[in-house]
Design a protein around this ligand. Structure first.
Ligand code: 5GP
Length: 238
């Protein structure tokens, strides 16, 4: 059987229900738009476990998502969506491409969260775009864009508090959204939420607990992900 879609870190498979897909987390890690590649044993399991707990928490907090249920260590069932070709990035502190673009040092807290939109395209390197580009490229309607902005801020507020209970600072993260196959007017949160797509710094030590450990060759990548999972488990159990 062939996957319906294979991305850098996940595969999507059909199920017996045409409106439900199986999302498989792979052990592959990539950075710098696929230029840097590695495999980490257990990465799929760790990201699935973290993402499943966070999705469960977000659903409980009233955020509509694609999540249906966890199947096993590396697979979940998700509602079929038509993914919006625009990625939403939310930043609370300066880091990554923000610093590269502006020259500001890493770790400056913003007075308010910054929201960025990027075209979801490996070929183009996920370029930063604004509302006008999104409208003219028909990536989302102005109403959908307003919804994405509002949802991103809501998720940021929920996850910021959640991760701070985990002793982690939510520095920045990427969200993806999709239109439900069963009801395209409804947009839900899709993709995964894991240290692959979030910058998380330990509140006490400032240590990086996310994919920057891989991007910057800091070592201890899976150890950091496992530590994030342990803290997320404690926070969601309480
Ligand atoms: P930056 O623009 O600084 O590289 O990334 C900002 C945040 O969004 C980081 O937490 C980063 O992990 C996440 N992010 C940006 N683009 C992608 C992407 O294509 N895939 C994933 N998994 N995360 C991304």
């Amino acid at each position: 059987m062939e996957p319906l879609y294979e991305g850098k870190a996940k595969r999507l498979w059909a199920t017996s229900d045409p409106n439900v897909l199986r999302m498989e987390f792979k052990n592959d890690a990539t950075a710098f738009n696929g230029e840097k590649k590695a495999q980490f044993e257990d990465k799929g399991r760790l990201n699935n476990a973290i993402s499943t707990l966070i999705y469960g928490f977000l659903e409980k907090e009233g955020v509509p998502t694609h999540f249906v249920r966890q199947i096993d260590d590396t697979n979940v069932e998700v509602r079929k969506v038509d993914i919006l070709m625009v990625e939403v990035i939310i930043r609370n502190l300066s880091a990554g491409s923000f610093c590269k673009r502006t020259g500001l040092e890493e770790g400056r807290a913003f007075s308010q969260p910054i929201i960025e939109f990027c075209i979801k395209s490996d070929e183009l390197g996920d370029p930063l775009v604004n509302d006008d580009y999104i409208r003219e490229l028909s990536l989302a309607t102005p109403e959908e864009l307003a919804f994405l902005r509002e949802s991103a801020l809501k998720v940021n507020s929920i996850l910021g508090k959640f991760f701070s209970e985990c002793g982690l600072k939510l520095v920045d993260f990427k969200l993806e959204f999709g239109r439900l196959a069963t009801d395209p007017k409804t947009i839900v949160l899709a993709d995964e939420i894991s240290p692959d797509g979030c910058r998380l710094w330990d509140l006490k030590t400032g240590e990086k607990m996310d994919k920057d450990r891989f991007r910057r060759d800091l070592g201890g990548v899976m150890e950091a992900y496992a530590e994030v999972l342990e803290r997320v488990k404690v926070a969601t159990a309480g």
